[in-house]
Design a protein around this ligand. Structure first.
Ligand SMILES: Nc1ncnc2c1ncn2[C@@H]1O[C@H](COP(=O)(O)OP(=O)(O)OP(=O)(O)O)[C@@H](O)[C@H]1O
Ligand SMILES: [Mg+2]
Length: 264
């Protein structure tokens, strides 16, 4: 599925936050990060809380600018958010609560002036892709957590971005819904061939979803310490011997990365 073009590239990227009155001196979240995500790849970023996963994703999304170094998407330097990147957040607050599921999905194409016929067709296509055709007229408050996340995914996909940036999108869901959503996103990824950068704390989630997993060190000055290629064939099962043995290896690597001092 993956091709050789770098879909998301970070080269020698450092991100420092300026100090404030309460926290003078500032904070260097990322230092010298190099990362190249392949086109069509499912890439998961794993690391302890506060290590800079969201910061890295925000740089790719163009919500934040790097202090130094280069961030590019499919060869283009990132200077601002753009329709080539769709961002899916952990919470469902990203939905417009006064619009129905179908209207939420239609929002992006409508703002971008897609003709009515095409827009309708696109909404139908993505409603179907995320399995919400029968719930199209509900408002966000009438949806379950998993349905809200599926609406968010469909709304982002309706803008047809090349790249999906997902920041712990299933973290707030119960275990059953979460596992269902993992299967859904794997299916959607396979059906659409998108490049996905997916941030998570959850080792099993990363191992079940990813082509490759990047392990981040603890901050300040975090970087992507190791990249592991996941050798498991798809579709994957979580309780196999191979899965458990790689899970254990990853846990050890994460523990080691968490102990790594960025000045090593
Ligand atoms: N706007 C900001 N100003 C100052 N410091 C910030 C800012 N945003 C993030 N940080 C700091 O940068 C570090 C990395 O934060 P980030 O949110 O990227 O972590 P994370 O890996 O996503 O954590 P979590 O898993 O808990 O979501 C933290 O120490 C955080 O306090
Ligand atoms: Mg985060």
């Amino acid at each position: 599925m993956a091709n050789s073009q770098g879909a998301v590239e970070l080269a020698a990227v450092t991100k420092s936050f300026a100090g404030s009155r309460r926290a003078p001196g500032g904070y260097c979240a990322l230092e010298g990060v190099n990362l190249s995500i392949r086109g069509g790849e499912f890439f998961c970023l794993l690391g302890p809380s506060g290590c800079g996963k969201t910061t890295l994703l925000n740089l790719g999304a163009g919500f934040e600018a790097a202090t130094s170094g280069r961030v590019s998407v499919v060869g283009r330097p990132v200077t601002a958010p753009g329709p080539d990147r769709g961002v899916i957040f952990q919470t469902d607050r990203a939905l417009f609560d006064w619009l129905t599921v179908a209207e939420n999905i239609a929002f992006g194409p409508s703002v971008r002036g897609l003709p009515e016929g095409e827009r309708r067709q696109r909404v139908e296509e993505y409603l179907q892709l995320v399995g919400l055709t029968d719930h199209r007229s509900k408002l966000p408050r009438e949806l379950s957590g998993g349905m809200k996340q599926r609406t968010q995914i469909a709304r982002v996909l309706a803008n047809e971005p090349e790249i999906l940036l997902m920041d712990e999108p299933f973290a707030a869901l119960d275990a059953y819904t979460r596992s269902h959503m993992q299967r859904e996103i794997a299916r959607i990824w396979q059906a659409t061939g998108k490049t996905i950068l997916f941030v998570t704390h959850d080792i099993a989630e990363a191992l079940w979803l990813a082509d490759r997993i990047g392990i981040m060190s603890r901050g300040p000055g975090s970087r992507v310490e190791r990249i592991i290629e996941v050798p498991l064939p798809r579709p994957r099962a979580k309780m196999t011997e191979d899965f458990i043995s790689i899970f254990n290896e990853l846990s050890e690597l994460i523990d080691a990365a968490a102990k790594t001092d960025a000045t090593d």
